[in-house]
Design a binder for this molecule. Structure first.
Ligand code: CAA
Length: 386
């Protein structure tokens, strides 16, 4: 079946096998309970770090695995097929804070922060959105003012994945002044840590899905930030964030494919066992057609993702194509999980089977790291350039 990839290298097969062994022993037995309890298991960070899964794209000099994007995305799909909450923690960590620091940090910042992140000693998070700045990301209001060599930061960040357990948060903070506003060029990237005086974790969101991944507000109350926490050039934070989100959106596409694959496999297995009108429902053409469309969409989403990820690794400019991957894969996840529940009928609507969790988890892939509407804006701008 083309819903599985065939052209894998030995290294990719080994990474997939490692991911499966890890999820089978450390995640699968607990995923339903963690979802019910909205519980984040902290030991996962150490386990993932030991496997190298928290530094998959980083070079070995920073204790990373130095893998290409495709191999990383295959591992992420495996984890997402078992528990999308664990996958989003892994995706955010590997793409947004680590890639931003690796691309724009000084050598001293990379040595200090990246290696412990790759080893799983420090979990990474990314703080861009605010209560009043979601899709319109350059409208952020968290502000830093100069204080000697350093900065004093005040404001609230929202929707921060892993924010309760993160040891390093890359945050986009406004460094222009009210007298001289610079819009998207007035935002800078900072390395924040929970030990900074004035750092606080605020409201934890009670979510529909991805319940084992904590999403919180971060509250900065006159927080003192040393000078060596500014990343790259002042005023470049928005552009760094947009570039890092290109890695992030490929990760969310892989996560979406993992969720869709899990729902498809569950629906296919159920359809061969469940008998109605004296025959397994998989023999009804109406059910076969749904399985056919699910498999087609999953295969198309994965093919698109791997083509674009390989091009990105070669240095091709693929902003529009990255958004196509995220848009198509997340809408595939929503569509496939909806149809999986339909095939399960009433049993799909209750918690005895995992498909209702897949459906709830799938929804946010159309929202976070840029809604489907934001992806269409980016694609629309890319394809209408003359
Ligand atoms: N690479 C490099 N530069 C980029 C870029 C990219 N991919 N995208 C934009 N820029 C640059 C532009 O070139 C422009 O610079 P110039 O003025 O020098 O040309 C500057 O950034 C401003 O760009 P735009 O004019 O395109 O900005 P805009 O205000 O029109 O917004 C947007 C564009 C696409 C809507 C953007 O705001 C956006 O992506 N919004 C969604 C935000 C988002 O994805 N949030 C996710 C939060 S993180 C999260 O969810 C993680 C989690 O924890 C799960």
């Amino acid at each position: 079946m083309m819903t599985d990839l065939h052209d894998l290298t030995e290294e990719q097969r080994a990474i997939i096998a490692t991911a499966r062994a890890f999820t089978d022993s450390q995640v699968r037995p607990f995923a339903a309970q963690w979802d019910r309890d909205a519980y984040f298991e902290p030991s996962l960070v150490r386990h993932l770090g030991e496997l190298g899964f928290l530094g998959m794209l980083l070079p070995t000099e920073y204790d990373g695995l130095g893998l290409d994007a495709r191999t990383y995305l295959l591992a992420l799909e495996e984890v997402a097929a078992v528990d999308a909450s664990v996958a989003v923690m892994m995706s955010v960590h590997n793409s947004l804070p680590t890639q931003l620091l690796h691309a724009f940090g000084t050598e001293a910042q990379k040595r200090r922060w990246l290696a412990p992140m790759a080893r799983g000693e420090l979990l990474g998070a990314f703080a861009l959105s605010e209560p009043d700045a979601g899709s319109d990301a350059s409208a952020v209001r968290c502000r830093a003012r100069r204080d000697g060599d350093g900065w004093i930061v005040s404001g609230t960040k929202g929707w921060v994945t892993s924010g309760t357990h993160a040891g390093v948060i890359i945050a986009m903070i406004r460094t222009d002044t009210a007298d001289d506003p610079k819009g998207s060029k007035g935002i800078s990237a900072f390395i924040l840590t929970p030990d900074l005086p004035g750092f606080g974790v605020g409201k934890k969101e009670d979510k529909m899905g991805m319940r084992a991944s904590p999403t919180v507000q971060l509250v900065f109350d006159e927080m003192r930030v040393p000078a060596d926490r500014l990343v790259g050039a002042e005023g470049m934070g928005f552009i760094y964030a947009m570039q890092s989100l290109e890695h992030g959106r490929l990760g969310i596409a892989a996560q979406s494919i993992g969720i869709a694959r899990a729902a498809f496999n569950a629906a296919r297995a159920y359809a061969t066992e469940r008998k109605q009108f004296g025959t397994p429902i998989a023999e009804f053409q109406g059910v076969q057609f749904q399985l056919a469309d699910m498999a087609t969409r999953i295969t198309a989403a994965r093919s698109l993702l791997h083509t674009v990820a390989a091009a990105k690794d070669r240095g091709v400019a693929v902003s529009g194509e990255v958004s196509m991957c995220k848009l198509f894969a997340s809408e595939t996840a929503m569509w496939v999980t909806t149809h999986a529940i339909q095939i399960f009928g009433g049993y799909g609507y209750v918690k005895d089977y995992p498909v209702e969790r897949y459906f709830r988890d799938a929804k946010v892939t159309e929202i976070y790291e840029g809604t489907s509407e934001v992806q269409r804006i980016i694609i629309g701008r890319a394809v209408s350039k003359v």
